[in-house]
Write a protein that binds this ligand. Structure first.
Ligand code: PHE
Length: 359
């Protein structure tokens, strides 16, 4: 019996000191396994006399239970400790702020294009498009600009290179969006109501000129359109765009593709060096316009005896400079991130006539 106390001390101590489950299993086998110390002692019971057998049997069973219980408790404790350790290493702080992600902005040219498109869409104008590399027929001839016409030089045209000996007329980088007028007439026939936003190219570079810039062409053709319709449409447009009532002044002018032609000024004032549109008694030119020339209608396959219409061309970049107070056109195309962040627009604020054009 004394031997049992020693056994108990040995095993309980071993169990409490076990560092992991396999050490624990070794102890279990040594004590309670088939050839374990306690199992062997159980086997010896048969050789004892009844009295001794009962006393020793009880003591052995109690010892076996005690070791068993200690083993289970230790096993559970080891499991908990392992889980704790794992939770500690895999710990995640869900309250940490997220990693910052760079957010782009909408370029003022895109913003203004969207604003202008929204306003004209509201007046029933669809969007038309044409190529930036044009034949000189679409860019000039069809628009009543004859080969020797000074406008070809005035436009400071970029001509596409042709091989020596190739005498076909060169293609050009379109100098204005007016060739889209011809393409729209050819594609759709009359009546027409379209605007054509896009890039145009001229050899020119200073604070208010870049070799690539943007225009929006407008074209309306119907059975009895007049300058009155043109004036109304432009005043509606300019007032919606500048978000204030804007008076216009039509000045007689000349474009080969319109007759009569007019340059359109908007009312403005300069107060303390600040431009205010729609007030005061100053005028500033913003666009060219006129009634589509019969030659141009014919070039587009439309009979000028039956149809007439008006056209206009506006500089998008210039509109952006005026509306958003941007002083230098060249910066538009330098991709300077500080400039883009400063003058850019939030990407989810799509301009609409009902929801507001700008924020
Ligand atoms: N195409 C002309 C320009 O670029 C503008 C314009 C368009 C004028 C339509 C009249 C009619 O200067």
């Amino acid at each position: 019996m004394d031997g049992l106390d020693a056994l108990k001390g040995k095993y309980l101590e071993g169990i409490s000191g076990a560092g992991d489950e396999s050490a624990l299993e070794e102890i279990r086998l040594a004590a309670l396994g088939k050839k374990g110390e306690i199992s062997l002692k159980m086997r010896e019971l048969g050789k004892m006399d009844p009295e001794q057998r009962q006393a020793t049997g009880q003591a052995l069973n109690a010892l076996k239970d005690e070791i068993d219980t200690a083993l289970r408790a230790k096993k559970e404790a080891l499991g908990d400790a392992a889980l704790d350790a794992r939770l500690k290493t895999e710990w995640l702080d869900v309250t940490l702020p997220g990693r910052p992600r760079g957010q782009g902005t909408i370029h003022p040219v895109s913003q203004v294009t969207d604003e202008v498109t929204a306003i004209f869409a509201d007046m029933g104008f669809a969007v038309a498009e044409g190529p930036q590399i044009e034949s000189d027929w679409y860019n000039f001839d069809a628009l009543n600009i004859a080969p020797e016409h000074p406008a070809r030089q005035e436009h400071d045209t970029f001509f596409m290179h042709r091989d020596a000996g190739d005498n076909r007329p060169p293609h050009v980088l379109r100098t204005h969006t007016s060739p889209v007028q011809i393409r729209a007439m050819q594609d759709q026939g009359a009546p027409i109501r379209v605007i054509a936003p896009g890039r145009v190219y001229r050899m020119d570079m200073d604070q208010t000129h870049a070799p690539m810039f943007h225009q929006i062409e407008g074209l309306a053709i119907d059975r009895d359109l007049s300058m009155a319709n043109l004036k109304w449409v432009l005043e509606e447009f300019l007032s919606a765009f500048f978000e204030t009532r804007v008076a216009t002044r039509f000045r007689a002018s000349h474009f080969p593709f319109t007759e009569p032609s007019a340059e359109v000024d908007i009312q403005c004032s300069w107060v303390g060096g600040q431009l205010r549109i729609g007030e005061g008694d100053g005028w500033m030119e913003v666009l060219g316009s006129g009634m589509v020339h019969p030659h141009v209608l014919r070039a587009g396959g439309i009979d000028p005896e039956e149809w007439q219409g008006f056209a206009f061309g506006i500089g998008i970049d210039r509109l952006a400079m005026l509306k958003y107070g941007i002083p230098d056109l060249r910066a538009f195309f330098e991709s300077d991130l500080r400039w883009l962040r400063h003058y850019g627009f939030a990407s989810l604020d799509m301009p609409t006539v009902h929801g507001g054009l700008s924020r």
